[in-house]
Design a protein around this ligand. Sequence first.
Ligand code: ADP
Ligand code: MG
Length: 702
Amino acid sequence: MIQLGQDIKFLQGVGPSRASLLDKELGIKTVGDMLTYYPFKYVDKTRIYNISDIDGSMPYVQIKGEILSADTVGEGRGRRLVARLSDGTGVVELVWFQGIKFVMKNYSLHTQYIVFGKPTVFGGRINIAHPEIEKADDGRQMADSNGGMRFVPSYNTTEKMKRSNLNSNAIRKLMQTMFAMFDHPFPETLPSYLVEKNHLISYDDAIRNIHFPKSPDMLRKAQARLKFEELFYVQLNIQRYVRDRNRKYRGIIFPRIGDAFNGFYHNHLPFELTNAQKRVLKEIRKDMGSGRQMNRLLQGDVGSGKTLVALMSMLIAVDNGCQACMMAPTEILAEQHLQTLRAFLGDMPVRVELLTGSVKGKKREKILHDLLTGDVHILVGTHAVIEDNVAFCRLGLAIIDEQHRFGVAQRAKMWQKNAVPPHVLVMTATPIPRTLAMTLYGDLDVSVIDELPPGRKPIETLHMFDSHRAHIYKKVRQEMEQGRQVYIVYPLIQESEKIDLKNLEEGYVNVCKEFEGYSVSKVHGKMKPAEKDAEMQRFAKGETQILVATTVIEVGVNVPNASVMVIENAERFGLSQLHQLRGRVGRGADQSYCILVTKYEISTDTRKRIQIMVDSTDGFEIAEQDLKLRGPGDLEGTQQSGMAFDLKIANIATDGILLQMAKDAAQLVLDNDPDERNPQNDILWRRLQELRKTNINWGSIS
Ligand code: ADP
Ligand code: MG
């Protein structure tokens, strides 16, 4: 009999060297870890397709045929081996970019093979990259070694593991060995009332069928059970945290609306608030008057007028004898906020000051002093604001702009600025799909500004090929001749930083040549912050007409006179990122343009993504699509949020219904058993504690 907590090296067939490989590559240390290493797909290996029936939409196919020819083509990084395989109904191309020698040595022409892989269609030809391939007469043995299974589980493994023969097949055998040793049921991991209420199968059934499904139906049920459970514990963790926070902290109560708010509203507000702004302000007012500490996320597309909502919320704090602060992720944004707020307030007796890393010496001392006496009402700044030496007289409201750079831990730091924690409003222009928000920012209430101020012309988005540069530049020139400004953005990702920088430099030189007589700014992440800011300021002030940049301009910069956003290598950006970039134009009343530049030859996927951008200007819709196309792992903010964690089986993009069920279930548990006295729930608290130990991010929110 083996135990779940037992070191994996004691499992028959593992041993010390495989154990260390499993740990290093997959983080599997114990038998229990192994058990929750789920297959990423199941293959019906009884079915062999005709090549003529294959299309690019099929996930995986198995075919049988003979190799007609094999040739290496291309040079350098593009070098690859292309083999043509025929089954009499058609031909597919098998392609290898790596291990070419190995393939050449081990497979021969005019022999029957069983080939398995994901087909893609490119230029009318079907190809399968890096297929699994084996001799056809080995096929029968293979079927036997599957133990007559119809659905054979496949496990993800790494290159290193494959080189040591620890491939998917080997993992499957280990799983079989392991299950053979558990001859009695795995203990239940949820209270039985939850299992019944949510129509779930038992843990034992689920864990066995997730690895070795008896039928498609059992596989579905196993997935549902394990996904539910995973999401449930995430929700339980978040909601329990929220409950404890609400118990621990009483919120400051702002009962009054006074001179600051009313004076601004009646004498200074330059335009009518949108209905969405009014609604959100009401929600915020209600929170701040409730006696509970507000923890609210304000989502609103770029240009939806969040700053104004922030200001008016801060004025409520001022009316109630409190101070407010507003934090931005960069100095330039903090500076812009300062100017915007001061311009809005005009001659009102509300004092707004700026605190960033660059505010030094006497000036800094004075601000810190006046902050402590309460003479500064509103403090705008960067991270500098949460440094320990910054103390307020009575901080009542903290606003964090562009939340994805601030995690839960940093937010919590704001609270320590006061005996009673201030209300917290987190603002973001990165629309987060509802399901993701529930998980990542589950501890925050959500308000949404879903309406743009009137009179905005939607940005016109165009897709152009880089071979049509003359067209692109013509548009740019037309706009500049009317006195407008232009952004040209290049991608920058870590791995290819050198190449990207080279692209940017070349682009810069070309643009300077093309637009002689205009001034061009250049900004990228490798520049010193002060240099970068200075260059951005030149563009913001209109001293330069073109800004060539990497994505450093993504967040928040406001230059209403800019009317064209050219995005080079647009295929390399995520949709949400493209949307953010696009939001830098269209800030004035005139028509603006976004030009997405790609190569002529792009994949179907890229074409789809670009088309979404051309068709839609709705950030939420784009975010949903992005989540579907890329999965939650890549979305910005998932790492820093502090609620992030690795989901082993559930998928935020597609498991929305289960997520809602899990959320309701967690709520029910906490409502019915607030003091955690019900013995039926003991199992929950114990398990939660175990999970918190193994998940760093979970620990960090307590
Ligand atoms: P964001 O939500 O992206 O931070 P801003 O707060 O920067 O948006 O607002 C964008 C622009 O819209 C600003 O110039 C702001 O003054 C203006 N604005 C905000 N609210 C309204 C409104 N209700 N009517 C007209 N213009 C508005
Ligand atoms: Mg903003």
